[in-house]
Design a protein around this ligand. Sequence first.
Ligand code: 5GP
Length: 305
Amino acid sequence: SGCRESKVRVKAHFDYSPETDPYIPCKEAGLAFNRGDVLHIVSQDDAYWWQARKETERSARAGLIPSRALQERRVIHERTQKAQGNDSKTENNDFDREMIATYEEVAKLYPRQGVYRPIVLIGAPGVGRNELKRRLMARDPEKFRNPVPYTTRPIRQGEVAGREYIFVTREKMEADIAAGKFIEHGEYKGHLYGTSGESVKAIVNTGSVCILSPHYQAIKALRTPQLKPYIVHIKPPSFEKLKESRTSARAKSTFDETNSRGFTDEEFEEMIKSAEKIDFLYGHFFDDEILNDDLAHSFEILVSC
Ligand code: 5GP
């Protein structure tokens, strides 16, 4: 289990075509890309040929691309030849490795200095997103914060206004929804619930990681250039593993805090089907995937992502 891709994401600063590359070991195995494409580097085991996938074609097979070192050599070689052609060898000295644009690492969580992208945990109901979210916030409450949602339902005993929810009237909430102030909202048992874009921005602006686990339909509203969310699909493992990991006594108390009766086989199957549907509909929006076969492990992946 783990992030589907390696942690290395790079933006290409040059066009590459295996077709016209005389040195690639196998043209069919190559991956063509254009300047500006974001690539997920799957393997850097070979010094000259990395294996990569395009971010926009995540289900395609990985292909060979020149490593940074190889591309740098090529550029230096080309420039040297050009310089010799122009009979101005002194230009060689101007070559600075760092000035050769090959691949630029794309920071996952830092689009701007000191500001984290909101992390959006998407997944089938019951897969463990909320527990992961709780654990992240428990581990570092200053760093990981969850915006307080709005609701029109009456406040319950033991709840504190502004802590569990911001309690508002239906009129107010409907007007705010119409004004586009909510990144997501829904109705449950006759009451409106939702998260406002302002709450997310407020957390981001204080330098914390805003962590959200909304319904997958919220993805479209969340993917704005202002919010730049980092969207992670929390996926269930196979039926057997799911059953094994969720029905042991220990797992029950961690995976299933709010639902101590546990899951039925039908519910496990439903979870797997739901994950497939989510992947089919929204797979192209995911920045990462975590197979949640073990909560503690998934948690560590999430902390390091
Ligand atoms: P409760 O009223 O018991 O606190 O929450 C009931 C349900 O409201 C939750 O299980 C969830 O489905 C929904 N809910 C809670 N917060 C939000 C939110 O921010 N947005 C949406 N769409 N639904 C929410």
